[in-house]
Design a protein around this ligand. Structure first.
Ligand code: NAP
Length: 277
């Protein structure tokens, strides 16, 4: 009988039943022929540290972390990557052979890789981006756009102080614009990104004027339920290059899977279909 350990990983959240990660990771394990398992783990805040410290002893090589634990795991991890520090939150944990726990944030990687895949002709240096929203996910978007070489980010948010805070943190390339003028920045941008939750199933619609959209623009929405938000549908009708939010979710999972299971998975049409099933 073999004593080889079967690697385990999972997603820790509360609630966690809605997560698409088990479907995604299991699809990759199956297609790559890896003898591993990935499970959803509903963990209450007061049990978070105990559970995380116990998982490596039970054969876990790592975990994804979702709402509401993304900030709290930063206090538990022994090492935090620079990009997780920049985000103030982690979505990926790696349990290292020496027993230490590393926290990483792959949302920015997922966002920019999805954008390049969905809009291969988009050149970050070609002009400014209009970014709507200034919540947690927006930080990953800003960091990755700046790293890609975007010349300017016009940032607008209902609560302007949150946008101002991001400008202070990320510097002069961020220009904060009043939420009332969101329509104007769309007109001036080469890339339009919705990082608000407006347009998501169960949330109000994004009511920003979209008349500034034109075929030379790339438009992306972080929301993937529904896949075609009002913003994406309108941009598609105008002739813009559109990139939906599902790809970000898929790409952000790649670095974790590779670290845990030793093979780099592909994000292709089959992967999308497996998650949409
Ligand atoms: P968050 O931190 O709660 O931020 C929500 C953002 O939406 C804030 O900018 C907020 O503005 C704005 N907003 C909410 N309701 C609004 C309203 N009625 N009018 C105007 N603005 C409103 O959330 P998050 O974590 O950044 O996530 C944002 C969205 O991205 C969610 O839909 C999430 O599902 C999606 N997301 C997708 C991925 C992916 O992999 N595709 C990854 C992360 C997040 P205020 O600051 O004024 O409240």
């Amino acid at each position: 009988m073999s004593d080889k350990k079967i690697p385990l990983a999972g997603v820790i959240g509360c609630p966690v039943a809605h997560s698409k990660s088990p479907q995604l990771q299991t699809h990759w394990l199956t297609t790559l022929g890896i003898a591993g398992h990935y499970v959803p783990m509903h963990v209450e805040a007061e049990d978070l540290e105990t559970v995380i410290r116990t998982l490596p002893k039970a054969g876990f090589v790592g975990a994804n972390v979702t709402i509401p634990h993304k900030e709290a795991v930063m206090e538990i991890a022994d090492k935090i990557t620079d990009r997780a520090k920049l985000m103030g939150a982690a979505n990926t944990l790696i349990f290292r052979p020496d027993g230490s726990i590393m926290a990483d944030n792959t949302d920015g990687y997922g966002f920019i890789t999805n954008l390049h895949q969905g809009a291969p002709n988009w050149n970050p240096g070609s002009g400014p981006a209009a970014v709507l929203g200034a919540g947690g996910a927006c930080r990953a978007v800003i960091a990755s756009l700046l790293e890609a070489g975007i010349p300017e980010i016009m940032l607008t948010n209902r609560t302007q102080e949150r946008a101002e805070k991001l400008r202070k943190e990320f510097g002069k390339k961020i220009k904060v614009v009043e939420w009332l003028h969101a329509g104007n920045i769309i007109e001036d941008a080469k890339l339009v990104v919705n990082t608000t939750s407006l347009g998501m199933e169960g949330k109000p619609r994004l009511r920003v004027p979209l008349d500034g959209l034109a075929p030379d623009k790339v438009v992306t929405d972080l929301i993937y339920t529904p896949l075609k938000t009002h913003l994406i549908k309108t941009a598609e009708e105008v002739g813009c290059t559109v990139v939906d939010g599902l790809g970000m979710l898929l790409h952000q999972a790649v670095p974790g899977f590779e670290r845990w299971f030793g093979q780099r998975p592909e994000v292709d049409d089959e992967t999308r279909a497996a998650v949409l099933k």
